[in-house]
Design a protein around this ligand. Structure first.
Ligand code: PEP
Length: 251
């Protein structure tokens, strides 16, 4: 069984609603809907407008984060049911910027994963080591702790509904990409851990995206690795021609 490649654009804190709609219009012109699964993750304020601009398109809509509770006194937060209501198909969780700047822990990411699954949304769970951790030879210790922390205790049916994103923190927004060998090595290790957590079928089915300075000129190489099943794209997803070229490279 081959895994369908999955490319998601993480727009982070970029684009007003009208700018987001413009970007989506350009993407719709450049992508023909065949090949890879494609999603965009605009900021919360642009979700409703982008949903409307995506009508009739195969491009999916993702949130960039959510709270684990359904509702309550959590000023500034947005819940999974709210993201579902606005038309999201899934949510990016545990991004390194959430962990680094907002103190998100493995435990919180685990709760969010469950909240997102409970709404029948598709979680993309991000994991990855810092440069310091890599240089100290702790890459797998950190990545495996994050994967176990987020997914431990889920049954095989739940695990199959998740996508993982391996994003070495030192490669995010730095222009410094992991080599294909570095990416493949960690992806294969993650797949081994998925086998341990959920069995061979889960390990075979779950997609593992790579993220970290994916650009049109390195996408094909990275995506040709046997365990690299797609990309989570930051900077290059803000330019329709670059993002479309990455989607094309996934064919
Ligand atoms: C990201 O934020 O998920 C990311 C991979 O960013 P960039 O592509 O800009 O490195």
């Amino acid at each position: 069984m081959s895994r369908r490649k999955f490319i998601c654009g993480n727009w982070k804190m970029h684009k007003t609603a009208s700018e987001a709609v413009q970007l989506v219009r350009e993407l719709r012109q450049k992508l023909d809907g065949t090949g890879a699964q494609v999603a965009v993750a605009p900021p919360f304020t642009a979700l409703a407008a982008v949903k409307q601009a995506l009508q009739g398109s195969a491009i999916q809509l993702f949130g960039q984060n959510c709270h684990h509770e359904k509702q309550g006194a959590f000023t500034g937060e947005v819940s999974a049911p709210m993201l579902k209501d606005v038309g999201c198909d899934g949510v990016i969780l545990g991004h390194s910027e959430r962990r680094q700047y907002f103190g998100e822990t493995d435990d919180q990411v685990a709760k969010k994963v469950r909240a997102v699954l409970a709404e029948a949304l598709h979680p993309i769970v991000c994991v990855g080591e810092t440069l310091q951790e890599r240089e100290a030879g702790r890459t797998w210790e950190v990545v495996s702790r994050q994967v176990r922390g987020a997914l431990g205790g889920l049954d095989a049916a739940a695990l199959q509904r998740i996508t993982l994103a391996y994003e070495p923190v030192w490669a995010i927004g730095t222009g410094r990409t992991a080599t294909t060998a570095q990416a493949q090595e960690v992806h294969a290790q993650i797949r081994g851990l998925l086998r341990e957590l959920g069995g061979a079928q889960v390990a075979q089915a779950v997609r593992i995206q790579y993220g970290g300075s994916v650009k049109p000129d390195n996408a094909a190489d990275l995506l040709s690795q046997p365990d690299v099943d797609g990309a989570l794209v930051g900077g290059a997803s803000l330019k329709s021609s670059d993002f479309a070229a990455i989607v094309t490279a996934a064919r």
